[in-house]
Design a protein around this ligand. Structure first.
Ligand SMILES: [Zn+2]
Length: 128
């Protein structure tokens, strides 16, 4: 199955071009049609550059937008329980680290204790 990702001009309720654009993905084998975002972009270029649409369609098609995959990593969102958040905040306070510092240290500890730090060159640097 192939995906075609391109800016398409929306049609108004009468089926006429509306002058508003969205980045859309359509598959050639019945995988569906998806609009990347709910914005009203004024040009195909603007729709093409919409990060929300690129992220959403990257998830649909399995092919993250090139710029996204080469640039800075996307922020991750975690669904921690209240207890886990409290534990992170507690560690953050006691270790004088930011929450992300605690998570970095946890990742490093995981590499050492679970993976056995097989290759020190591949380990993340120490938490700040
Ligand atoms: Zn958009």
């Amino acid at each position: 199955m192939a995906w075609f990702v391109q800016p398409l001009q929306r049609k108004d309720t009468c089926g006429n071009p509306s002058g508003l654009w969205r980045l859309c993905a359509e598959s050639d084998e019945g995988g569906g049609f998806y609009a990347g975002c709910e914005h009203d972009h004024a040009s195909p270029e603007e729709a093409q550059d919409c990060l929300d649409a690129q992220r959403f369609l990257g998830g649909i098609t399995g092919f993250p937008h090139m710029e996204l995959s080469c640039e800075a990593p996307l922020p991750l969102t975690f669904d921690f329980t209240d207890e886990e958040v409290a534990a992170i905040n507690d560690l953050s306070r006691r270790q004088d680290l930011s929450a992300i510092g605690v998570m970095r240290q946890a990742l490093r500890m995981y590499q050492i204790s679970v993976l056995g730090a097989p290759d020190l060159g591949q380990m993340l640097p120490p938490a700040e």
